[in-house]
Design a protein around this ligand. Structure first.
Ligand code: MN
Length: 248
C-alpha cells in the first residue's frame, strides 16, 4: 500500500475518535501511532485502488489533466467521504462494499453511503476497465456472449454508446451480467450502480462502466459527450471485462 495514502486514510479514520468536544488543537497533545489507530478502528478503512497506469497513459484518448483531477480529487474525495460515513454507520461496518450496496434503500439515511460508496466502487472499476494496450474489441467467451446478447460487437457498441449518450445529467452506463449469466446494457443516475439491487432498474454484476459525469470529459471534449464515448472505446480493457464475466 502506498505509504502516503495509508497515512492519509489512517488520519481520516481516526479523526472522529480524536475530536472530542473538549479537545483543543494543542500541538503538545501526545499523538498515538498511526498503526495503533488503524488496529483500534472498529472497521477497516476503504482504500482507493492504485491507478494501474500513469495519468498520461491513455493519451490522446483520455487526457492526463482529466485523469489526474479525476483520480486524485474526485475519486479520492468519494473514498474519504465513504470512510467518514462508515465511521458513523456502525450497522454497515465490516461489510464489503458490495454487501453494503445490496442493503441500500431509497431513503434519506442511505444517501451519503449511496453516493460515496458508489463513487468509490464505480471509479475503481472505471480505471480497471481502461488500458493503454487495448485489444480494440473483445475476444473469446465474452465476445461470444456479446454476440449472443446483441447480435454483433457493432450492435453492442451502438447500444452501449446510446445508453451513455442519453443518460440525462450525471451518471454511468454499464454492461452487466444478470443472474443467469446473460448480458445487458443499462444506465444509472449519479453514482448508483447495478449492484444496488433495491435501487437499480436492472440489477446485475457490472463488467464495464463508463463515467458520463462532465468531470470525466469536459476539459478535453467540453460538451461533446459523444466524442468522449468514442475515445473510451479506444482504451477499453477487454481482459478486465472478460475476467469479470468469467467471475475471476
Ligand atoms: Mn467520475
Amino acid at each position: 500500500m502506498d505509504k502516503r495514502r495509508f497515512l492519509k486514510i489512517a488520519g481520516a479514520a481516526s479523526a472522529g475518535t480524536l475530536l472530542a468536544p473538549s479537545l483543543t488543537f494543542c500541538t503538545t497533545e501526545p499523538k498515538p501511532k498511526v498503526e495503533t489507530e488503524i488496529e483500534n478502528t472498529p472497521f477497516s478503512p476503504i482504500i482507493q485502488a492504485p491507478l494501474p497506469y500513469g495519468y498520461a497513459a491513455l493519451e490522446p484518448f483520455i487526457d492526463a489533466e482529466t485523469m489526474e483531477i479525476h483520480y486524485s480529487k474526485h475519486h479520492a474525495g468519494y473514498t474519504r467521504k465513504l470512510n467518514e460515513a462508515l465511521e458513523m454507520e456502525t450497522a454497515f461496518q465490516g461489510k464489503t462494499v458490495e454487501g453494503i450496496f445490496a442493503e441500500l434503500r431509497d431513503e434519506e439515511g442511505h444517501v451519503v453511503l449511496r453516493n460515496n460508496g458508489g463513487g468509490y466502487y464505480n471509479h475503481n472499476l472505471y480505471w480497471q476497465c481502461m488500458t493503454p494496450g487495448s485489444s480494440g474489441a473483445p475476444n473469446g467467451e465474452i465476445a461470444e456472449a456479446i454476440n449472443a446478447a446483441f447480435g454483433s460487437y457493432a450492435n453492442f457498441k451502438d447500444q452501449f454508446s446510446e445508453a451513455a449518450k442519453t443518460r440525462f445529467g450525471s451518471g454511468w452506463a454499464w454492461l452487466s451480467k444478470d443472474k443467469v449469466g446473460g448480458l445487458f446494457i443499462s444506465s444509472t443516475p449519479n453514482q448508483d450502480n447495478p449492484l444496488m439491487s433495491n435501487l437499480a432498474e436492472q440489477p446485475g454484476m457490472p463488467l464495464l462502466g463508463i463515467d458520463v459525469w462532465e468531470h470525466a470529459y469536459y476539459l478535453k471534449h467540453q460538451n461533446k459527450r459523444a466524442d468522449y464515448i468514442s475515445a473510451f472505446f479506444e482504451v477499453i480493457n477487454w481482459e478486465t471485462v472478460a475476467a469479470r464475466f468469467a467471475g475471476v
